[in-house]
Design a protein around this ligand. Structure first.
Ligand SMILES: *Cc1c(COP(=O)(O)O)cnc(C)c1O
Length: 436
């Protein structure tokens, strides 16, 4: 059977096929990435992409909302239930837009926000200098303690007293330890600031009860929907009833036009999936796998920021290995282990070629991998780093990783890779055949 896409646009079809094959045949350790279920994929690729639904359920600007209202209400109710929040806005196009909406809901342009420094693990949109969040708002950044690699709450409280920001942002994009949202809430309260908490990375762990929730301690909680939460790509805001109208107005008409209803319906599906015992088991295994990865890599002499992890990710400090982050990330990519190079606290190397690597376990956990596979991956990572200039060792590792991938199929891929043409990758045909 030839699909409509293959028939109409063979070029894009072929590229989607190649990406599908790539995603199946690499060890995905980028902590912000995951594999959505077939059900999420199906909702996301549905006719809902055709519908304009500016406004909110019951208050739309176009007619024909008989179905969209029901879908959005379901998504809102599901989000409120699993996060135990008073109010949910499920329209933000992404985590970045959700953050800007959260700030716009609470303060005026030119007022000050205070978030975690990008180079220490914060996100661009927490006021980093190249982000619009630092052009519309004044911003100041708090570091982690360079000795411990951990947040220093006394220091953050001192900075809050000194700078008097209107918003304090908790949450991170590269921080391996549990964040105390209750203390952040108190620090904000003490200086009369709002507390915005960004749980983009850890939302799935929060839902499963494996990380303390910020919902009771934050004015607004912002999140993506596609990282550990494992939904379609988008953003979400949760808040108390008192901020509900401001949050809704900040998203629409403040920052966005029509919500992406196909994405929103796929997010609704993922929120239902997250409300199951299977999801809790998946989230538990993510943390177990991250701890196993940390343990094994430390056995091999790798230095980890804060000497381990409480969540889904680790940060490796490569300085004792005398090799730069980018070179290792690229060699690992050739070995079918995909991660990203990352700055580490106190890094003196430039951000374009920093001294660290960031790795996480959500995606491999979705594939069903457990501690045994994680240890094998850690051994392979060590092999690549020890043989960074030896391409034949790297090729051996790539073959081993392909075999491992073949035993743990990914869910949700609609486009079946073309069996007649597996030569997009330099791999043994028999393994490739088994994979696809
Ligand atoms: C990923 C991330 C975002 C941005 O999400 P996008 O959907 O890529 O815009 C915001 N905040 C944090 C902490 C993140 O990790």
């Amino acid at each position: 059977m030839v699909s409509a896409l293959e028939q109409y646009d063979p070029q894009i079809f072929e590229l989607v096929r190649q990406e599908s094959a790539r995603e199946s045949s690499v060890i995905r350790l980028i902590p912000s990435e995951n594999y959505v279920s077939r059900a999420v994929m199906q909702a996301s690729g549905s006719c809902l992409t055709n519908k304009y639904a500016e406004g909110y359920p019951g208050k739309r600007y176009y007619e024909g909302q008989q179905v969209t209202d029901l879908i959005e209400r379901l998504a809102q109710e599901r989000a409120k239930k699993i996060f135990k929040a008073d109010h949910a806005n499920v329209q933000p196009y992404s985590g970045s837009v959700a953050n800007l909406a959260a700030y716009a809901a609470l303060i005026e342009p030119g007022e000050m926000i205070m978030g975690m420094s990008l180079t220490d693990g914060g996100h661009l949109t927490h006021g980093w200098n190249v982000s619009l969040s630092s052009r519309f708002f004044k911003s100041v950044s708090y570091p982690v303690n360079p000795e411990t690699g951990r947040l220093d709450y006394d220091h953050i409280a001192d900075m809050a007293k000194k700078h008097k920001p209107r918003i304090i942002i908790s949450g991170a994009t590269a921080y391996p330890r549990e964040i105390d949202f209750e203390i952040f809430g108190q620090i904000a309260k003490d200086v009369g600031a709002y507390h915005v908490s960004d749980i983009a990375h850890i939302a799935g762990l929060v839902v499963a009860g494996l990380h303390k929730s910020p919902v009771p301690y934050a004015d607004i909680v912002s999140s993506t929907t596609h990282k550990t939460l494992r939904g379609a790509r988008g953003g979400m805001l949760l808040c108390k009833t008192e901020h509900a109208d401001k949050v809704d107005r900040a998203v629409f008409p403040g920052l966005q036009g029509g919500p992406h209803m196909h994405t929103l319906s796929a997010i609704a599906v993922a929120l239902a999936e997250a409300d199951t015992p299977e999801f809790v088991a998946y989230a538990r295994q993510i943390v177990k796998n991250a701890k196993a990865l940390a343990r094994k890599l430390m056995e091999y002499g790798f230095k980890l920021m804060s000497d381990g992890t409480d969540n889904h990710l680790i940060l490796i400090d490569l300085r004792n290995k005398k090799v730069a982050g980018k070179k290792v990330a690229k060699a690992l990519d050739r070995a079918r282990i995909v991660c990203n190079y990352n700055t580490i606290p106190g890094d003196t190397a430039p951000p374009a070629n920093p001294s660290g690597l960031r790795m996480g376990t959500p995606a491999i956990t979705t594939r069903g991998m457990k501690e045994d596979q994680v240890e094998q991956i850690a051994t392979s990572i060590n092999k690549v780093v020890e043989n960074i200039d030896n391409e034949s060792v790297i090729e051996d590792v790539a073959r081993e990783m392909l075999l491992l991938c073949s035993q743990f199929p990914v869910p949700g891929h609609f486009i079946i890779p073309n069996q007649k043409n597996p030569d997009w990758m330099h791999a043994e045909d028999d393994i490739t055949q088994r994979l696809f």
